[in-house]
Design a protein around this ligand. Structure first.
Ligand SMILES: Cc1ncc(C[n+]2csc(CCOP(=O)(O)OP(=O)(O)O)c2C)c(N)n1
Ligand code: SF4
Ligand SMILES: [Mg+2]
Length: 298
């Protein structure tokens, strides 16, 4: 690994985000017009803008098309099991508090099989940036219904249209205690990049939902035209309303919806609360982990 400046220097003449990617793994597996590439570009640009020491940035994904992100980023990366990105990242952050840890995963991974981990990490204010790419479906496994599939939209397991109410995800995150909550589409490139950069600099459980409808399965099953038509529709149907009441953020099928930054607040992280609590009770007998990682031994 190397510093940002060294990487940029050694990648002269390559694509601007090449220094942030494992180029030996390119070409990637994603379909043409899938929004995931754009989301990765925004994240890499945000890393560059923040100037973070890349040796101190880690990325964790679960399984799925979105779960492949960790494997493509030139960071200390972990492609964990389905639904377990958050518990894996929690252990990493608690054991190595000096790391800036991002979880990058799909709607099915984080809210289906991994939903319980999501709500508890937000409740405990674990110091993680969680990026959820919402493509409204289980992309990698064939377009099954997800907890995010809009009402009436078709999926491979709901061929007559979905009748299960989907999550209002920013509201779920905010009501569980997330300290930063935003939603953008993958075509809001500048705003998404800014949100990534901002959230990377905050602490606590920070959550960003990125709307990037699956341009292969979701588009085909719902006869929504080309992948690009679909992405444009979502970009153009977004109303930017910062500070909106998160109860108003439900998403319908092919309807207008709200994007923006909804929560930006502070409260003690899990580690801060734990240290304060045990220091108060145990005094000098309690030895907290240093912010740089490890313990101070006499
Ligand atoms: C324990 C377990 N159950 C099921 C699967 C199969 N599986 C792999 S990815 C996936 C869904 C992923 O959906 P999502 O997180 O939305 O990712 P996407 O592909 O849409 O980006 C499923 C069910 C698995 N790998 N492991
Ligand atoms: S199946 Fe859908 S989510 Fe997966 S890479 Fe293709 S377009 Fe993207
Ligand atoms: Mg998905």
């Amino acid at each position: 690994m190397s510093t940002t400046a060294e990487r940029v220097e050694s990648a002269q003449g390559e694509h601007p985000i090449a220094p942030y990617l494992r180029m030996d793994r390119i070409p990637h597996i994603w379909c043409p017009t899938c929004g995931l590439g754009t989301v990765v570009k925004c994240y890499a640009t945000a890393l560059e803008e923040t100037g973070l020491d890349l040796d101190k940035v880690s990325i964790v994904s679960g399984i799925g098309c979105t779960g492949r992100v960790a494997g493509y980023m030139k960071l200390d990366a972990f492609h964990s099991t389905h639904g377990r990105a958050i518990p894996f990242a929690t252990g990493l952050k608690l054991g190595r508090p000096e790391l800036n840890v991002t979880v990058f995963s799909g709607d099915g991974d984080l809210l289906g099989i991994g939903g319980n981990h999501f709500i508890h990490a937000a409740r405990r204010n674990i110091d993680l940036l969680v990026v959820l790419v919402n493509n409204f479906i289980y992309g990698m496994t064939g377009g099954q219904n997800a907890p995010t599939t809009p009402m009436t939209a078709k999926s491979s397991t709901m061929p007559f249209g979905n009748f299960e109410r989907p999550f209002n995800i920013p509201h779920l995150a905010a009501s569980c205690g997330a300290t930063y909550v935003a939603r953008w589409t993958c075509l809001h490139v500048r705003r998404l990049t800014k949100a990534f950069a901002e959230a990377l600099g905050r602490k606590g459980f920070r959550f960003i939902e990125v709307i990037a409808p699956c341009s292969t399965l979701y588009a085909r099953l719902n006869r929504l035209g080309s992948g690009l038509d679909l992405l444009r529709f979502y970009h153009d149907s977004a109303e930017v309303r910062h500070g909106a009441d998160t109860r108003e953020l439900d998403m319908g099928f092919q309807e207008k919806f709200i994007c923006g930054k909804f929560v930006d607040s502070e409260r003690p992280t899990f580690t801060e609360a734990m240290n304060e609590h045990y220091s108060k009770i145990l005094g000098d007998r309690y030895v907290p982990m240093t912010p740089e990682g490890g313990w101070i031994h006499e």
